[in-house]
Design a protein around this ligand. Sequence first.
Ligand SMILES: Nc1ncnc2c1ncn2[C@@H]1O[C@H](COP(=O)(O)OP(=O)(O)OP(=O)(O)O)[C@@H](O)[C@H]1O
Ligand SMILES: [Mg+2]
Length: 224
Amino acid sequence: MKKNIIEIKNLIKTYEQAGEQILVLDGVNFSASQGEFISVVGPSGCGKSTFLNIIGLLDCYYGGEFNIFQTDASKLSEEEKAHLRLTKIGFVFQFDSLLPEFTAIENVELPAMMAGRPSRKAAADLFSAFSMEKLADKNPREISGGEKQRIALLRAMRNSPSLILADEPTGNLDHNNAVKVLSDLKKACGLGTCVITVTHNLSLARDFSDRIFELKEEKLFEIK
Ligand SMILES: Nc1ncnc2c1ncn2[C@@H]1O[C@H](COP(=O)(O)OP(=O)(O)OP(=O)(O)O)[C@@H](O)[C@H]1O
Ligand SMILES: [Mg+2]
């Protein structure tokens, strides 16, 4: 059976704005397992990034229960969270996040170097596995937006994470490039990684996701 890696019960999130408490997530329940491709959709400002940031251990100010990798997230120290973010969680964002002073393969190597296990060969193998060998030695300035996003995904995958969190990874891309990025993410699922993406594109989400959730009026609904 596939291991459950996220279990969320009755998640409540509020922000303070101008002295007032704004409720963003109100009693959200959610779980995700190894190898699943999950999309979260919803209008701008409904709390999608907020939800992803909590799952990614970037925000610890919430109510309710949140278990990640069979561990109560509220019991993790800052150091333990940083270690999990580096070794077990890969992040992909909407806008280009490659460092321009490094080549594509050096960008992909960064998380492995930070984790103390660099291997140029492993990075090169990742480029080959995704048929991107030709891009490895290029500078981010020399490659297209779609290609950059696929390299950012290789970087997110470099430490073989159990979980990839992608916040509108295709928001900035045309249809063909969006399909390429989502196909890459789907391939990561095939290797056992759980992928959770936030998107505004419901029709693409339908093509690629095992399950789709909609965030609406502070609640999360499973719609596929
Ligand atoms: N750090 C913060 N402090 C106060 N309010 C915040 C903060 N971050 C987000 N918000 C508010 O919380 C709500 C949810 O924001 P969030 O960024 O999660 O939305 P989103 O669904 O990701 O939107 P988008 O699709 O535009 O990216 C919004 O009303 C936003 O203004
Ligand atoms: Mg957002």
